[in-house]
Design a protein around this ligand. Structure first.
Ligand SMILES: [Zn+2]
Length: 364
């Protein structure tokens, strides 16, 4: 238990721990990286290291014990999606007048406040930042350092301006983290008052090693596939919905095969029929569309003679066979049509209808 549990970006983590050791940790840090890169995990680890009651030293640098009451309570925030869902549910159960004034937070330690984007707009709102301003100037009660973690960089305008005011003069006992997929989305004045730390994507073989340890339920072929599909993000790889992806990809392959090889259509209609309207159908259809894109991309790699770049390595033989009938022009048209289906979905056209139209439009 400690920083050794953080996978990848070792140099960046070491640099941050050195700042802790020299008591030069910045008061505002923007942790940048794609979804699943480990931004939130790292922010919580740093919060623990700053507040651990029996702080350990590993590799000559500050670490945390994971067992003291500060570490344990901070760790209760680890499952962010579950904590946010609880907070949303608690708010839903309030009387309407109270609900309006209740902003979303996750707080499992009195000195660590986590600020998620507030639904339905999924942005950080000014009232959430106001809570930060109201509390940040009081000394921590049970920790050494007050920690604020904004889990998203999408701020409403007024909220961003309020955050800026805090950043102009933060108390010396507080540290603010802003997690950002794209720091460019933040006000330049917020960026200039923060240190930007980027978590880089990991190479596929490093992710495979990680999965060998943490997803022993997958075989080597599956781990290799997931490593290639998760864009270098350990968090995405670990929680990857392999069964869902495999189903969607099976359908995607059938749709492309029918289109390219003109085989039996009844099979195709059986598939498209299972894609219905509504929230659940929407998610399923989005998975299907992503799989089709992923297969089209692999087809490009195959017909341009670089099959080693393909990501769906476990079905390479099927893809090669498809590649014999596909041309660059056909793939470009397919990608265009796919974009049309996506636009139709946004306008809420009947799912199965547009999928059938898509399949028909691709016939050679
Ligand atoms: Zn501890």
């Amino acid at each position: 238990m400690g920083f050794s549990d953080f996978h990848g970006n070792a140099e960046t983590v070491r640099r941050l721990r050195e700042m802790l050791a020299h008591k030069r940790f910045p008061q505002a840090v923007i942790l940048a990286g794609c979804p699943g890169a480990g931004k939130y995990t790292l922010a919580l680890m740093l919060a623990k290291a700053m507040n651990c009651l029996s702080p350990a030293i590993t590799d000559g640098l500050p670490d945390f014990c994971g067992k003291c009451s500060n570490c344990v309570r901070i760790a209760e925030s680890q499952d962010l999606a579950a904590r946010v869902a609880e907070a949303v549910e608690a708010r839903e159960s309030l009387r309407e007048t109270d609900r309006k004034d209740t902003r979303l937070f996750v707080q499992t330690h009195p000195d660590v406040l986590i600020v998620p984007p507030d639904p339905p707009q999924l942005m950080i709102k000014v009232d959430q930042v106001r809570r930060v301003i109201e509390t940040i100037y009081f000394r921590p009660a049970e920790a050494r350092e007050k920690i604020y973690i904004f889990t998203d960089s999408a701020f409403m305008k007024e909220a961003a301006n309020s955050l800026l005011k805090v950043l102009e003069e933060p108390p010396e006992f507080a540290t603010i983290f802003v997690l950002a997929e794209n720091p460019g989305e933040l006000l330049s004045t917020i960026r200039s008052r923060s240190m930007i730390v980027s978590l880089e994507a990991l190479p596929a073989d490093e992710i495979e090693q990680y999965l060998a340890k943490h997803r022993a339920d997958w075989n080597a072929k599956q781990r290799s596939l997931v490593a290639r599909l998760s864009d270098g993000a350990v968090g995405c790889a670990r929680g990857f919905d392999l069964a869902g992806y495999t189903t969607a990809r099976g359908h995607a392959l059938a749709i492309l095969t029918t289109a390219l090889r003109g085989s039996d259509h009844s099979e195709l209609f059986k598939i498209t029929e299972t894609y219905r309207a509504g929230a659940e159908g929407r998610e399923k259809t989005e998975k299907l569309l992503r799989s089709i894109y992923s297969l089209l991309q692999d087809l490009i790699f195959i017909i341009s003679g670089t099959p080693e770049l393909a990501r769906n390595t476990d079905i390479l033989a099927d893809l090669r066979k498809l590649g014999e009938s596909a041309s660059f022009d056909w793939i470009a048209t397919a990608a265009d049509r796919l974009a049309e289906v996506e636009r139709g979905m946004r306008r809420n056209l009947l799912r199965s209808l547009s999928l059938d139209a898509f399949a028909a439009a691709l016939e050679k």
